[in-house]
Design a protein around this ligand. Structure first.
Ligand SMILES: CC(C)(COP(=O)(O)OP(=O)(O)OC[C@H]1O[C@@H](n2cnc3c(N)ncnc32)[C@H](O)[C@@H]1OP(=O)(O)O)[C@@H](O)C(=O)NCCC(=O)NCCS
Length: 289
């Protein structure tokens, strides 16, 4: 089965949608993002095309910073799998990313996705850190004491909006705390990982998305009706209260749902579970370019 690799085009959209709509049990996002990716700078959209030039596979590479690239949206038509299509697309992205100054190409795979883990391992990517996403609806997760009416378990030390003055203490605490190494100094931007910089925290502060309190710091902002927590720092002993404070922010912001991304550590997992969140497991892989 012969295929060629070429740049993605706007007119590929419908065929991409055809074979990606049911990729996962929740569907897929690749066709929704297609036009945005094609028109964004720093994004390389490739397809593998059959003899009639119809797409049978695709993946996307995104420059996350001057030196870091991210691979996502790997999708191969079921009839075209296990003949190297995903690997060939990734090889081309490697060259593209290296030419743009990237030292590393990373990607994320959910724990259950055996074929994808197999493919990237075969292609030389190394697992560099395990992550969990705690997620759930907000209303049903509010902390309360059974048999104590609607009184909260105990008064929480609230997180409040921070300013750029909080950036230095936040970064100092994080880089000397327990989450920094497991995170490999990274945080998430919309399910894409890259190194966190002081500028990211300063930008979050300016956008009113930096939250601070005695129990820790967080970057948390509304995406439609979901409060997305892209980064946080806390200590193991404060984690249960801290996570509950994040839920309180969600309530205050009138979010219906919350998503919190974190390195997979037992005490973080326990704090998520104690707050009644469901957990999705994933691994971030990296390849030095
Ligand atoms: C994951 C996916 C992109 C791989 O595409 P592909 O073109 O078949 O991958 P390649 O042919 O380049 O690599 C195949 C290798 O991956 C691994 N692999 C593929 N399918 C596998 C499976 N079902 N179980 C275990 N390993 C598997 C093997 O190492 C295989 O090599 P082999 O055939 O020599 O044993 C494809 O299965 C797919 O589209 N899956 C649905 C979408 C998806 O999950 N994308 C990744 C999201 S992070």
């Amino acid at each position: 089965m012969e295929y060629t690799i070429r740049d993605g085009r706007a007119d590929d959209h419908d065929r991409i949608e055809e074979f990606t709509t049911n990729t996962f049990k929740w569907g897929d996002y690749v066709h929704d993002k297609w036009h945005e990716w094609l028109t964004s700078p720093g994004v390389n959209v490739l397809v593998a095309a059959d003899a009639e030039d119809h797409p049978v596979g695709t993946s996307v590479c995104i420059m996350m910073s001057d030196t870091e690239a991210w691979l996502q949206g790997s999708r191969v038509h079921p009839d075209w799998r296990r003949i190297g299509v995903a690997g060939s697309l990734a090889e081309r992205h490697k060259v593209w990313a290296r030419d743009r100054g990237s030292y590393v190409l990373r990607l994320c795979i959910e724990k259950w996705n055996e074929p994808a883990h197999g493919q990237v391992t075969r292609d030389g990517y190394r697992p560099i850190s395990d992550w969990i996403e705690g997620f759930g609806s907000v209303s049903s997760r509010l902390p309360s004491v059974v048999g104590n009416g609607d009184t909260r378990a105990k008064a929480l030390e609230a997180l409040v909006r921070g300013t750029t003055n909080d950036v230095q203490p936040a970064i100092m605490s994080w880089s000397s705390g327990e989450l920094y190494r497991p995170a490999r100094a990274m945080f998430t931007v919309d399910w894409k990982w890259r190194r966190l910089t002081e500028d990211d925290l300063a930008k979050a502060a300016r956008q009113e998305a930096l939250w601070v309190g005695r129990t820790g710091w967080a970057i948390a902002a509304l995406d439609n009706t979901t409060l997305e927590v892209a980064w946080f720092d806390t200590r193991p002993e404060d984690a249960p209260d801290f996570v509950r404070s994040l839920l309180e922010i969600a309530v205050g912001e009138e979010a219906t749902d919350v998503k919190i991304m974190a390195p997979d550590l037992p005490w973080v997992r326990s704090a998520f579970e104690a707050a009644g969140l469901e957990i999705a497991d994933m691994t971030v892989y990296g390849l030095t370019l």
